[in-house]
Ligand binder design. Structure first.
Ligand SMILES: [Zn+2]
Length: 267
């Protein structure tokens, strides 16, 4: 019997799975692919409501873990592995330890396809950059017979980066005020990839409702006082249609032919 198809997302924060990758995860789950998620932090620093109501990092981490788990149910994610790093500090994690923990889960699950952020972290977010780097290294470690971690070695067949294109940013900017963060006194914004860099376009527009349900699970992340949810709802189909990926490596296919399936070439 053929191995079941398995897809794993390796990300930094609760809500990364919904906003960036939700339609892809929901689509593949609906098609019978087993889906898995690593979330490196509990998002303890992400408070988007009245600052005077912030319950503190520990409590917020617990709340956001619950939000993540209910959102994952909306997207039919099979299992979540939380790595317990602190939001905002992921780039200070000990690399051998982080890589070994990711690689152990990869060996345990044995996905054929892995998704993560591009090395620019979508908009320069240091946690996103860190998880992208750790993911690449962990896939090497998972396949390395000499790497001392549990479970037999496993080679992931394909790795993809989620990449940001101009059309995606245009839609995002009609939903969010801006996509910007300050790091070390420098403003970081979305890094826009040219259309030709997209190797793989996944149309997840049929799953926009599931993604909206998942967004609503992340209550702590929803601004209370404006029309955010209404704007997002209006644009959800467009966002879910534009799941754009760059194939980073593939053991099973290649070339310039555009893909519409992350499992292309896997038999
Ligand atoms: Zn994030």
């Amino acid at each position: 019997m053929a191995e079941p198809l398995r897809l794993m997302c390796i990300l930094a924060h609760p809500d990364d799975e919904t906003l960036g990758f939700g339609a892809t995860l929901a689509k593949y789950a609906a098609e019978g692919v087993e889906t898995y998620l690593i979330t490196a932090t509990r998002g303890e620093r992400g408070w988007h409501r009245d600052p005077s109501d912030n319950p503190g990092m520990d409590a917020l981490g617990q709340i956001r873990e619950k939000e993540l788990r209910t959102a994952a149910e909306c997207l039919n994610i099979g299992d979540i592995c939380l790595l317990d790093y602190i939001d905002g500090d992921l780039d200070q994690a000990d690399p051998p330890e982080a890589i070994a923990r990711i690689a152990a889960y990869v060996r345990q699950v044995r996905p054929q396809v892995v998704l993560t952020f591009a090395p620019d972290g979508a908009y320069g977010h240091p946690d996103h950059i860190a998880i992208s780097q750790f993911t690449s290294a962990a896939l090497v470690a998972a396949a390395d017979t000499s790497f001392p971690i549990p479970h037999p070695p496993h080679r992931v067949s394909k790795l993809y980066y989620h990449i940001v294109t101009q059309e995606l940013v245009d839609v995002y900017l009609s939903v969010f005020d801006d996509i910007v963060m300050m790091v070390d006194g420098v403003e970081r914004r979305a890094v826009i990839w040219p259309d030709w860099a997209v190797t793989t376009r996944i149309d997840g527009s049929d799953y926009a409702e599931d993604v909206m349900k998942a967004v609503k699970c992340h209550q702590t992340q929803i601004p209370a006082d404006d029309g955010f949810l209404a704007r997002l709802s209006e644009n959800a189909v467009a966002l879910c249609r534009m799941q754009h990926y760059m194939r980073v490596y593939s053991l099973v296919n290649g070339g310039r032919e555009p893909e519409d399936d992350l499992f292309a070439g896997i038999t």
